[in-house]
Design a protein around this ligand. Structure first.
Ligand SMILES: C[S@@+](CC[C@H](N)C(=O)[O-])C[C@H]1O[C@@H](n2cnc3c(N)ncnc32)[C@H](O)[C@@H]1O
Length: 400
């Protein structure tokens, strides 16, 4: 304190706050941490350092500074809110829920606290409490769109179709172009739809990317990539037999990981930029691009000799455009490995899940129309939906 008068400290702190507000994080961090040596018990300083680390996505350090600030000012609601958000970022969901509940004692109707508490319950799969929290949000803020959307989704997975429809309709009332609500209302009322809006797919998978691998592999027992690969192995092609492979709707790269070694060059495309980011982390693709499958293929001529679409055609209604586009983008004798969910209806239908199921006859006839001949096909379980298996078919086609 000797060399730093109170005034000097205040000025330096103001300077750091200014830099911080301009997102000059390194310069701000330097001053903040130097000030800690002089005023180690300044709650506001710890709080600001916590905010800075949170913005830099160093959540562990952020939590540690929020925690010190909290010991110094336990009743500060903003601090507690940020502390809870940080716990959530670190995956400490139960602790985050406890912090949000504590915060509700200070401000029982705060919509953001209730909404975030609902999100914690949703992640913990404590759906009844999640519904309660979101409904409390709406009791004071009936136009809170995220809470309305989450209620629609939760009632849907709780098999409460009537309430799901009520909330999807409310979503539409608040946001008339909401593609997810439009799509799900058709799915839940058994209507007909010719195409899935790209916005809907992007929306789902951008929100799903963080937990996709864990949820699909552990919870839903998703096994399409390895099952497709073993079907493919029965054809006896050695590794690196193909020069250019395209993984259509590559997602986070689960199928790319299985098929990558068969080819010298692997491209992955997907509508969801967040899924592509996750695929990038795996380092298995030579090219990754955010793109719609049919659009992308229509711009290519005779490029690929292997194509994969694992659990992707289930997001398409009619398959004519994709078989046609793939025929143009691939070489003679290209192999195409894909999966579909089975439908007992003549062509395809939209399931209450929002995905599509296609009849085997329809898939085979459509493939033939665009010069794809089936080489292998097998009916199998694709993944779980709640406690039931979803049955589908794996196909390998070659281009005649
Ligand atoms: C269930 S995931 C499967 C991902 C990956 N193939 C796998 O086996 O793990 C479906 C993926 O297809 C993508 N997708 C669906 N329809 C698409 C389209 N028309 N164009 C591009 N990507 C699409 C989604 O964004 C999502 O990442």
């Amino acid at each position: 304190m000797s060399t730093h008068s109170r005034k000097t400290i205040e000025n330096r702190f103001a300077e750091a706050c200014e830099l911080h507000s301009r997102a000059e994080f390194s310069a701000a961090e330097k001053i903040y941490t130097s000030l800690l040596k002089h005023v180690p018990e300044a709650g506001l300083l710890h709080y600001n350092i916590g905010l800075l680390y949170y913005q830099k996505e160093d959540f562990q350090k952020a939590l540690s500074h929020y925690s010190t600030a909290r010991d110094l000012a336990p009743q500060d609601p903003d601090l507690l809110f940020n502390y809870a958000l940080c716990q959530k970022q670190l995956g400490q969901i139960r602790d985050a829920a406890a912090s949000f509940r504590q915060l509700i004692q200070f401000s029982p109707d705060d919509p953001e606290t209730l909404y975030n508490l609902g999100n914690c319950y949703r992640e913990l799969k404590e759906y009844t409490q999640a519904v309660e929290s979101y409904q409390q949000v709406l009791s004071n803020n009936p136009s809170h769109l995220p809470a309305t959307r989450n209620l629609a989704y939760l009632f849907h997975i709780l098999d409460d179709t009537e309430n799901a429809l009520t909330y999807y309709n409310r979503v539409l009332h608040l946001d008339p172009d909401n593609s997810q609500a439009i799509h799900m209302i058709v799915a839940l009322t058994g209507g007909h739809i010719n195409a899935t809006p790209s916005e809907y797919i992007k929306d789902i998978f951008n929100n799903y990317s963080e937990t996709f691998d864990k949820v699909l592999l552990d919870d839903l027992k998703y096994a399409v990539p390895e099952k497709l690969r073993s079907l493919f192995d029965s054809l006896g092609y050695p590794v690196k037999s193909f020069s250019r492979c395209i993984d259509l709707g590559c997602g986070t790269g689960l199928a790319g990981r299985k098929f990558g070694e068969l080819c010298k060059h692997l491209t992955g495309i997907d509508l969801s930029e967040k899924m592509i980011e996750k695929a990038e982390e795996k380092g298995i693709y030579d090219i990754l691009q955010v793109a719609e499958i049919t659009d992308y293929l229509n711009k290519r001529r005779s490029e690929y000799d292997l194509a994969v679409a694992a659990d992707v055609l289930t997001y398409m209604a009619g398959l004519e455009p994709v078989f046609a586009a793939l025929a143009g983008a691939t070489r003679q004798q290209t192999l195409f490995c894909c999966s579909t969910e089975n439908s007992e209806q003549p062509h395809f239908h939209i399931c209450s899940t929002g995905r599509f199921a296609h009849s085997r006859d329809y898939v085979l006839q459509t493939a033939t129309r665009y010069n794809w001949r089936v080489v292998k096909m097998v009916t199998t379980n694709l993944r779980k939906e709640k406690s039931n298996w979803v049955e589908g078919t794996l196909y390998i086609f070659d281009k005649t």
